[in-house]
Every structure is written in structure tokens, then in C-alpha cells.
Design a protein around this ligand. Structure first.
Ligand code: 4NP
Length: 152
């Protein structure tokens, strides 16, 4: 079982989009029983809240199924052993993740570091550009899955 946790600041926009895009890619490969995919926040701002409506809209537009009961939760130090890959959306997430967990096994990565064009995924909460965020996350998930299938 390969266990992945996507992490962003609030766990209502980028990391839930990543969670459900990745589950869709894995489902298409009929490998759902080999993966655990979850998502969490670095902050406590949005704990208990649902996926943000504009993020949901992008998932619906792209025919990505998601859990309507998904609620934001915060990453804790105890989560470290639960996952093989802890994936931030941007450098600031990676910095915050490493303040929450002690990354002794080098499990913490930035999503688009797996792509051919390493970069941050800007926070659509602030940019309001959910289309770019969706495309960047989809690019990252495809690159990450390719990496995992080659390396695990
Ligand atoms: P996310 O976006 O990190 O992609 O979920 C955010 C959502 C809410 C907040 C920040 C970022 N907030 O501060 O409430």
C-alpha cells in the first residue's frame, strides 16, 4: 500500500483537488486497492469545513468524483508514520509541514517538483484563478503517479 497525503494551507482548495484528481487517476489504472490518498491542512483556519465551492466546481467540470462529506483537517506530528509521501503545494507549505513533522525519512515534497517544470502552485484562495490551480495540480498528480509507478 502506497500512502499519500496532499497538504496545503487550508485543506479546502488545492489539497482536496489533488486528493480527488489523484484518486481518479489511480481508479483509471484500476489500482485503488494499492493506494491510500488523503489531504490535510497546515493551518487550523478551515478545520471542519467542506471543499470550497469554486474548487468543487473545477472537479465537477472535469468529471472528477469527490466525497461530498470531505471536511478539512490539520496535519499533526502523529500523521508522519501514516504516509509515504507528504506533498505540499508550494514552498511555504513545505516549510510549514516541516515545522509540524520531523522529516527524518525525507517524505516531504513539493508537488510540481515531480514535473518537468518545478514550481509552486499559487493559492487560488488569493489569486482567484482556480483554472490555473486545477491544471497545475493535475500536471503534478500525473507526474507524481508516474514517479511512484516507476520507483515503488
Ligand atoms: P488552500 O486555500 O490552502 O488551497 O485550501 C486556502 C483556503 C483558505 C485559507 C487559506 C488558503 N484561509 O486562510 O482561510
Amino acid at each position: 500500500m502506497i500512502k499519500i497525503c496532499f497538504v496545503c494551507l487550508g485543506n479546502i482548495c488545492r489539497s482536496p483537488m489533488a486528493e480527488f484528481i489523484m484518486k481518479d487517476l489511480i481508479n483509471d489504472k484500476e489500482m485503488s486497492d494499492k493506494f491510500l490518498v488523503e489531504s490535510k491542512a497546515t493551518s487550523n483556519e478551515e478545520i471542519g469545513n467542506s471543499i470550497y465551492p469554486l474548487a468543487k466546481e473545477k472537479l465537477v467540470e472535469n468529471n472528477i468524483k469527490f466525497d461530498v462529506n470531505k471536511k478539512a483537517s490539520q496535519l499533526t506530528n502523529e500523521d508522519y508514520d501514516r504516509y509515504d509521501y507528504i506533498i505540499g503545494m508550494e514552498d511555504s507549505n513545505v516549510t510549514s509541514i516541516k515545522k509540524i513533522v520531523n522529516d527524518v525519512d525525507n517524505k516531504v515534497y513539493r508537488l510540481l517538483d515531480f514535473s518537468n517544470d518545478p514550481r509552486d502552485i499559487s493559492d487560488p484562495w488569493y489569486t482567484r484563478d482556480f483554472e490555473t490551480a486545477y491544471r497545475d495540480i493535475a500536471e503534478g498528480c500525473n507526474s507524481l503517479l508516474e514517479f511512484i509507478l516507476k520507483n515503488n
